[in-house]
Each structure stands twice: as C-alpha cells, then as structure tokens.
Design a binder for this molecule. Structure first.
Ligand SMILES: Cc1cc2nc3c(=O)[nH]c(=O)nc-3n(C[C@H](O)[C@H](O)[C@H](O)COP(=O)(O)OP(=O)(O)OC[C@H]3O[C@@H](n4cnc5c(N)ncnc54)[C@H](O)[C@@H]3O)c2cc1C
Length: 435
C-alpha cells in the first residue's frame, strides 16, 4: 500500500452522491469537519434513475430549504390500481392535509441541487471520480483508490448504491442474489401540464402516485408505477429479477404490456417518449441487510439494502441512514476512535429510528407475498374486477345467476386448500406486522 499522503487526507470521505451520500457529507460538514464527496458521474444524479417520490420529512431534516429545490409536483393523490385483461379497479386516497408529505423530483435535477447545497456548507465535491477500491491498513479502512490518486480519511462512508462493490470488497456484503433485487424499468413520457392535470384530475402542481398490480405483470412479483412529473409521466415497474429470469420475460416487453393496458394507455396517450432507463432496487428486506460498519467504515442507503418495498420508500431511508452515519463520524472524530466499537453507534441510531423499525416490521411481508404472487397480485385483483364487472353491469340478465357463477368460479379456480394457505399467509402478514 502507498504511504499515506497527508495532502490527500481529509476527516471523512463519502463515496456516492445519491441521497445517502449527500446527507452523510452535509452532516459532517455541518459538524465543522472536512469531508470529500466522491461521485463517479460528471454530476450528481447523472447516473440515477427514478420513477417516484421523495418524502418531505427526510428532505426537510437534511435540507430545511428543500422547497427551493426543483420540485416537480407535490403528491396530492395516491392511487392503487388492480388490472385485469381490459378492466380495472382504482382506489384513490386524497387528504389535503397530507399534500406536502411527498413530492416528485427528477433525480438528475434534485441530486444536483442537493450537492450544490452541500458545497455551500463546505463539502468538497469530486465528480468524475470512480472509486476502484478501498485502501486498508492493518485491517482498517483508511482511504480510497481512484483512477487519478489515492485519498485518505479517518472514516470512509460507503453510499455507492444497490450493487455496492466496495462493501463487497471488504466482506461486509456478498454478491447480489437475483431474489434479493428487483429490476426497475421506467419510461418518461412528455405531455402538456394541462393534459396531465385533466387526466389525473389534478390542479396546478398537485401530483399523483399510482401503484399497479395485476394482469400485465401476471405471476411476476412486482408492481407497476405511474407518477406525474410537471409536464411528463413516468410509467414503469419494479419486478423481482429472479422472476424475470425464471419467466424469461424481457423487461421492455413487460413495460409494453403495461403501457398497452387500456387503463395505462389512456393516461399516456399522445405523449412523446423522452427517456428509458433501468436500475436495480434492493428487495431483500431486513434479512438481507449486511453488517453496517467495520473499522473505519460505514455502509448507508441502498448499499446497505435499506429499502422498504411495501411502501416504496428508499430515498428517505437513504437520507436518514446517511445522516446517522455522518453524526457517528462526528462522534468518532471527537473521540479520535474510528474502530467498530465506536462506529456501532451508527447501527444503534438506525435501530432506534423508523428506518430499522420499519425494516423489521415488514421483514416477512415481502417473502410471504413473493411466495404467493399468483394469488395476491393476480387472482384476487382479477376477482375484485370480476365482482365489480357484475355489480356495475345492467344487461337484462338476473344478478343472482351471475353472482352464483362468480362464486362457483372463485372456488373452482382456486382450491380450498389454496384459499386456506392464502388466508394463513394473510394472517401471518397481519400478525407479523402487529407483533
Ligand atoms: C424505478 C425506481 C423507482 C423508485 N421509486 C422510489 C420511490 O418512489 N420512493 C423512494 O423513496 N425510493 C424509490 N426508489 C429507490 C431509491 O431510488 C433508492 O432507494 C435511493 O436512490 C438510494 O439512495 P442511495 O444514495 O443509497 O443510492 P443511489 O441513489 O443509487 O446513489 C449511489 C451513487 O453512488 C455513485 N457511485 C456508485 N459507485 C461508485 C463508485 N465506485 N465511485 C463513485 N461513485 C459511485 C452512483 O453514481 C450514484 O450517484 C426507486 C428506485 C427505482 C430504481
């Protein structure tokens, strides 16, 4: 190992300028310590793909002036949609008091804005800098190797995202297993703001977050999404990589199926495709969280598998984990102790927060749902649509016969033992959550 070059030494190095990294870096800078935020892309956000929402509570905690950021729309409406072959059932929730609970931002703009704020507060930002590996001395992480130079720090915070090669290098993580990640695929479709507002029944910069299950994603563990930007719509899905592999379905074919469903087709009709992207999402839940720290190093955000898939939350967990890692780094610097004994404070902070509490709450949900995908994400949505089809259709035929046929089909298509297993799975989920 090259000898430590003191000119290249800082208190903390943070790798990756996503929500986790920028939150860690700004926290360290606010504590008066020197921090370098290293990003492989030419600017923060350039490599980030995203189809969803950012949660105000976390954004506000890191950036009290977040309302000055390039926000597309505030989420005023949450819709849950069940699709069958052609029909659909939609449940929408709106609460004017929650309108500022979450917002949509385009990551290329949002991440850039966040880094600009961090730089104003003293973070040194190094774009175009790919970290090749971590430098270790006597088993302790003490720096990074880049294509240009080696850099040293008392503490390194890893925030390099879902496929964290750096956490793997030091044995904190193993190779990603397809069952522990989802593939997120998304198109952005441009439409005038007035058209979007009319189609989604929104006003001004009110936004809609839509989650979709059913036919187009048949028997695959995952969900479709439709989110409104100011003058474009993001449409996509997140589906288990293992399922995509096993069912031999190409992601773009799946996206086409989703876009061709009449419900989605009506929303995006006449729009112009301006972007296509794909990205992995951690899906392993609580059981797949790696060890979060070692001597001289902490792992945050997606790199630590901190995503709550049930609620589609990742950015807020990333931001909060970055903040706790930053606070822990400040504590370690104050005590001049960078060992695991000191850095375990980071794990404790996570344990005491909603981050780990929520991860624990849902630790079984994803696995149980994943094992009964056909039932929960397909058969029951289909049955609900069928029920409403009968309920709403006046075609001169007696209702009783139709409902009798519906009931007979319901019990024929899914055996009693399967229904029983579904009920047990449902109970396990509910009791698991309430425990
Ligand atoms: C399709 C999709 C939809 C989503 N929807 C939502 C949603 O609605 N709500 C929500 O909260 N979350 C959502 N998420 C999840 C959310 O995007 C992530 O949880 C969040 O971005 C994690 O932040 P992070 O900082 O840990 O990692 P990232 O945002 O992935 O940032 C990692 C950064 O590290 C950089 N990097 C990587 N390796 C290196 C290296 N070796 N050297 C230097 N830099 C490196 C990358 O370029 C990147 O900028 C979604 C994800 C996807 C894919």
């Amino acid at each position: 190992m090259a000898e430590e070059n003191l000119q290249n030494k800082t208190d903390v190095i943070v790798i990756g300028a996503g929500p986790a990294g920028v939150s860690a870096a700004i926290t360290v800078a606010r504590g008066g310590k020197s921090v370098v935020l290293v990003e492989r892309a030419p600017f923060a956000g350039a490599k980030n793909m995203y189809g969803g929402v950012i949660y105000t509570h976390a954004a506000k905690e890191i950036f009290p002036n977040f309302e000055e950021a390039p926000i597309e729309r505030y989420i005023a409406k949450h819709s849950y949609v069940l699709l069958s072959e052609k029909d659909s059932t939609q449940i929408s929730y709106q609460n004017p008091e929650h309108e500022k609970n979450a917002f949509v931002a385009i990551r290329a703009k949002w991440d850039k804005w966040c880094v600009e704020q961090a730089m104003k507060e003293g973070v040194y930002f190094a774009p175009n800098t790919l970290v090749r590996e971590l430098i270790l001395k006597d088993g302790k992480v003490c720096g990074i190797k880049t294509d240009f130079e080696d850099y040293y720090a008392d503490i390194v915070i890893i925030a390099d995202g879902v496929n964290s090669l750096l956490a793997k290098q030091i044995g904190l993580r193993k190779n990603i297993k397809p069952k522990n990640v989802a593939l997120g695929v998304k198109e952005v479709i441009k439409l005038p703001q007035e058209v979007i507002n009319k189609r989604f029944a929104l006003e001004n910069i009110q936004g809609c977050a839509m989650e979709i299950v059913g036919k187009p994603l048949e028997n695959l563990f995952g969900m479709g999404i439709v989110y409104t930007n100011k003058d474009s719509i993001a449409v996509g899905f997140g589906v288990s990589l293992e399922d995509l592999k096993n069912h031999k379905i190409k992601p773009y074919e799946l996206l086409d199926r989703l876009k061709q469903h009449p419900f989605v087709a009506d929303l995006i009709q006449g729009g112009e495709l301006i972007e296509y992207s794909a990205h992995l999402i951690p899906e392993g839940g609580y059981r797949a969280i790696p060890k979060l720290y070692a001597d001289g190093v902490m792992v945050t955000g997606d790199a630590a598998g901190l995503v709550n898939n049930v609620h589609f939350e990742g950015t807020n967990l990333a931001m909060m984990s970055g903040k706790y890692a930053g606070e822990t780094a400040l504590n370690a610097l104050e005590h001049n102790d960078f060992s695991s004994n000191m850095l375990c404070l980071y794990a404790k902070k996570l344990e005491n927060s909603f981050v780990m509490k929520d991860m624990k709450t849902y630790k079984d949900v994803v696995h149980i749902l994943g094992s009964r995908t056909g039932a929960f994400l397909n058969y029951y949505p289909y049955s609900i649509n069928k029920f409403f089809d009968i309920f709403t259709c006046a075609d001169g035929k007696p209702k009783k016969e139709k409902f009798q046929k519906f009931t007979k089909d319901f019990f024929t298509k899914r055996s009693l033992s399967e229904l029983f297993k579904d009920a047990i799975a449902g109970i396990k989920i509910v009791f698991g959550i309430l425990k």
